[in-house]
Design a protein around this ligand. Structure first.
Ligand code: AMP
Ligand code: MN
Ligand code: MN
Ligand code: MN
Length: 284
């Protein structure tokens, strides 16, 4: 078990737990340091901090940004970000609006292919937060079109399926730059294949990508991630050594209720790597 988990989602994006419930689960698991890293929103951070403080848990204010490079979708995490940055928040607001437009288009596309899913249902499930495909997957499961979220992605939402609608995304270079401009620490998320995102293309040349992102200010790489094997971890540790990047990681917990879901604290970076990351951030 780890005491640091730097990748967690709440109901402000596609996680199912509120920030308060998530912090309590992490406390029960014995975690000491956790990152609230929702997709395109920082709205869950304040509530998490309030609940975490009396429990002695440190919250790392974070965000996860989606980007595209050719056919691959690459996610970039921003750690120790400043949520009070108005320009940054305006950008996140635009990303969330684009997510809503895309989700509506997915519903329309599914309707056109004979799946009678209503926007109201999806919107209710997404609530107030950053909407994503898992909310649509959830609605499809509730309507009996799939047995679980994974199957909903395989049949209706993943790349190459009838409901797939691409998202307009920035390049990873742009994402690293906006995190740097915010004063945050940019880290590449899940750089290798993971079973939890079956429809992703692999990053064709990780070393080239990292070299170019280091020029923009990239500081770390997710290594101790979700379902990664010892072989994947070993390979990524070598990449970190080569480019002097901080090895990070976490469960990427969404509380989606899947049988094989990696739980908070199941995986995470050793404390020494977190200390290194924090030193880079200039946060005391
Ligand atoms: P979106 O942000 O709308 O493109 O949806 C991507 C999110 O869906 C990811 O952050 C994961 O939480 C989830 N996801 C992606 N692929 C899968 C999959 N094959 N099965 C279950 N969840 C997935
Ligand atoms: Mn997600
Ligand atoms: Mn991700
Ligand atoms: Mn994530």
């Amino acid at each position: 078990m780890a005491v640091v988990d730097l990748h967690l989602h709440t109901s402000h994006s596609d996680g199912s737990l509120t920030p308060s419930d998530l912090v309590n689960v992490c406390f029960e698991k014995g975690l000491q340091i956790i990152a609230i890293s929702d997709h395109d929103t920082t709205e869950g951070i304040r509530e998490a901090q309030k609940v975490a403080e009396p429990l002695g848990i440190e919250i790392v204010p974070s965000v996860e940004l989606g980007t595209r490079l050719g056919e691959s979708e690459i996610h970039v995490l921003g750690y120790f970000i400043n949520p009070d940055d108005v320009v940054f928040q305006e950008m996140l607001g635009n990303y969330r609006e684009a997510r809503e437009v895309r989700a509506k288009n997915i519903v329309l596309q599914l309707n056109a292919t004979g799946v009678p899913l209503s926007w109201e249902k999806v919107s209710d499930l997404a609530g107030f937060g950053s909407i994503g495909r898992p909310h649509i997957a959830h609605a499809l499961v509730e309507l009996g079109y799939a047995k679980d979220i994974q199957e909903a992605f395989q049949k209706y939402l993943g790349l190459g399926t009838q409901g797939y609608v691409p998202r307009d995304l920035n390049t990873p270079q742009q994402a690293v730059r906006v995190i740097e401009e915010n004063g945050g620490i940019a880290v590449i998320a899940h750089p290798l294949f993971t079973n939890s995102k079956l429809d992703r293309h692999d990053i064709p040349d990780l070393d080239d990508l990292i070299e170019s992102l280091c020029d923009e200010g990239l500081k770390g790489l997710e290594v101790f991630y979700g379902d990664y094997t010892d072989g994947q971890i070993k390979r990524l540790l070598e990449v970190c050594r080569k480019f002097q990047l901080v090895p990070c990681g976490g469960s990427d917990y969404h509380a989606i209720g899947a049988q094989n879901e990696v739980l908070p604290g199941d995986v995470g970076p050793p404390m020494e790597h977190f200390a290194e990351l924090k030193r880079l951030s200039n946060v005391v």
